[in-house]
Design a binder for this molecule. Structure first.
Ligand code: NAD
Length: 362
């Protein structure tokens, strides 16, 4: 089996964690008779410095041809205020990739890790066993919709965005959610603000319509504010939560508290959720940013990237067994007390990566 991977380190700690992820990806592949063809390229700030654009058309072409794309992290203060022509996706290399590939289904899992219990704000007995998947819509809604801008109203400066989805966009994210629910506990919470906003009234209607095709999945509607409150109070009560681009963004960070650290969180952006045994292309990236404050020091936590590689094995290579192998290796490394400073350890990025590689071959 041969798999084409496009690897985009990006900025700050991105290339450091990507190196860790690639080492794990290759170790798992070589033990499993899988040939990885890895092509590396630049994204966002690194691409801007080299080409004057955040994502070149050539990179996009390579991305469309790849089976999977691994991204480290992008961004940095020196590029934050640059504005180029085009829509919001042109201002950010990663957003352009997600948008052009229409990787609309953002899977953001957060689970409780026993060795990191003290890194969470929960008292004993509240978060143990929590395993939450937030499904965030990634290609539409208020972060993309038009009109948006700044003007003047009544002599005052005025900023505005549009929060809208058409029913096609809603149908596909709901279908992705119901497919995911079938592979989990058969339950899905949909978070919206249908009490006050028209776009969410349609969100809720379409959720109900699509649910008719998935009678085996229990759909529950929550207003997003209450959902956030209940998630923080009782994270174990939730399995899968679906939200729009904005609500999904907030809820995935909130759910992430159960993991004990931003550096622990993986993600996948898919063009739909494949049925069990099927595969799809995807962008796999840790949730954290480029962490300019620690870039170049060799201390970045690589677990989020390594767990993103695990998700790649499941969704783009159809090998949930290899996803599990990587997760178990991470569990054992954490249990041994090895970790970077952000999760209370003193190991370097390469120490942690080496420990995962040893566990994989043990
Ligand atoms: P950040 O996630 O980069 O960092 C927040 C804090 O967490 C920092 O103190 C950082 O040192 C720490 N941290 C993050 N990842 C870590 C890791 N793997 N190991 C150890 N510590 C880690 O968020 P920020 O500071 O708000 O943003 C920095 C830049 O990253 C900005 O330009 C932002 O736009 C960008 N960003 C990119 C992504 C992405 O690429 N997906 C996501 C979020 C932010």
């Amino acid at each position: 089996m041969a798999v084409n991977i496009l690897a985009l380190g990006g900025d700050g700690i991105g290339p450091e964690v990507l190196e860790a992820g690639l080492a794990v990806a290759e170790a798992v592949a070589s033990r499993s008779g899988i040939a990885l063809n890895i092509t590396e390229d630049l994204l966002h700030g690194a691409a801007w410095e080299a080409h004057g654009t955040f994502c070149t058309d050539e990179t996009l072409t390579k991305a469309k041809a790849a089976d999977a794309i691994l991204v480290g992290a992008v961004g940095g203060p020196q590029w934050d205020d640059i504005r180029v022509g085009g829509g919001p996706e042109m201002q950010d290399g990663l957003m352009r990739l997600r948008f052009e590939l229409q990787s609309f289904a953002g899977l953001r899992p957060a689970r409780f890790w026993v060795p990191l219990a003290d890194r969470t704000p929960f008292r004993p007995g509240v978060a143990e066993g929590a395993d939450i998947m937030v499904l965030r819509e990634m290609c539409g809604g208020v972060m993309f919709d038009q009109p948006r801008g700044q003007s003047e109203r009544g002599g005052l400066r005025y900023g505005y965005d549009t929060a809208g989805y058409d029913e096609g966009e809603l149908r596909r994210i709901m279908q992705a959610g119901f497919e995911l629910a079938r592979q989990r506990k058969g339950q899905m919470v949909s978070a919206d603000k249908a009490n006050v906003m028209e776009s969410y009234k349609l969100w809720r209607q379409v959720a109900e319509e699509v649910s008719a095709d998935y009678p085996d999945v229990e759909l529950t509607h929550f207003y997003a504010d209450n959902c956030a409150y209940q998630l923080a109070r009782n994270p174990r009560a939730f399995d899968l939560v679906v939200g729009c681009n904005l609500i999904g963004d907030f809820l995935s960070d909130l759910a992430a508290i159960v993991s004990g650290g931003l550096g622990m969180l993986p993600s996948a952006c898919l063009c739909g959720v494949p049925a069990e045994g099927q595969t799809c292309n995807g962008i796999y990236e840790p949730v954290h940013g480029s962490a300019p404050d620690i870039a170049g020091q060799g201390v970045a936590n690589p677990f989020g990237m390594i767990l993103s590689v695990a998700m790649m094995y499941r969704y783009s290579l159809g090998r949930p067994d290899l996803e599990r192998q990587i997760e178990q290796a991470v569990e054992r490394v954490l249990a041994s007390g090895t970790g970077t400073a952000d999760i209370g350890g003193s190991a370097s990025t390469s120490d942690v990566t080496g420990a995962v590689l040893r566990e994989l071959t043990a």
